[in-house]
Design a protein. Structure first.
Length: 111
C-alpha cells in the first residue's frame, strides 16, 4: 500500500508540474524586414546617370561590386549594390547587373 501511495504521489506531482508549465510560446519573434521591389528595368548609361542624379546616388563605379559565375554556362556577370537610408523608408537598395549597356537595375525598399 505504501508503494502504491508513493507512485500515486509521484504521478500527481509530475502531472501537476507539466500542467502548470506553458507548452506554447506566446512571444512572436520577427526576423528581418519586409522588402518591396519598386521597379526592375533595363537602362542605358544615360538613364542610369539620370537615376543617380535624381535619387542623389554616388557614381555607380563606387558601388559595392562583386562578380558571379553561372556554372552551367560559365558566364561571368557583375553585380553592383548601393544602400541608401532615407527619412521615408528604413533603407533603399539599388542593384545594378551588368558591365555593358543595357544594364538591369532593381530598386527595393525596406520597411
Amino acid at each position: 500500500m505504501k508503494r502504491f501511495l508513493t507512485i500515486l504521489i509521484m504521478a500527481f506531482s509530475m502531472l501537476f508540474s507539466v500542467s502548470c508549465s506553458s507548452t506554447k510560446n506566446t512571444d512572436e519573434v520577427t526576423f528581418g524586414t519586409q522588402m518591396l521591389v519598386i521597379y526592375t528595368m533595363d537602362v542605358t548609361q544615360h538613364q542610369l546617370d539620370s537615376i543617380c542624379t535624381v535619387d542623389t546616388l554616388p557614381n555607380y563605379d563606387t558601388w559595392i561590386k562583386t562578380r558571379f559565375t553561372d556554372y552551367e554556362t560559365n558566364t561571368v556577370f557583375v553585380k553592383r549594390m548601393c544602400f541608401k537610408k532615407t527619412h521615408e523608408y528604413d533603407e533603399v537598395i539599388y542593384i545594378l547587373v551588368g558591365d555593358d549597356e543595357p544594364y538591369k537595375i532593381t530598386k527595393r525598399i525596406t520597411d
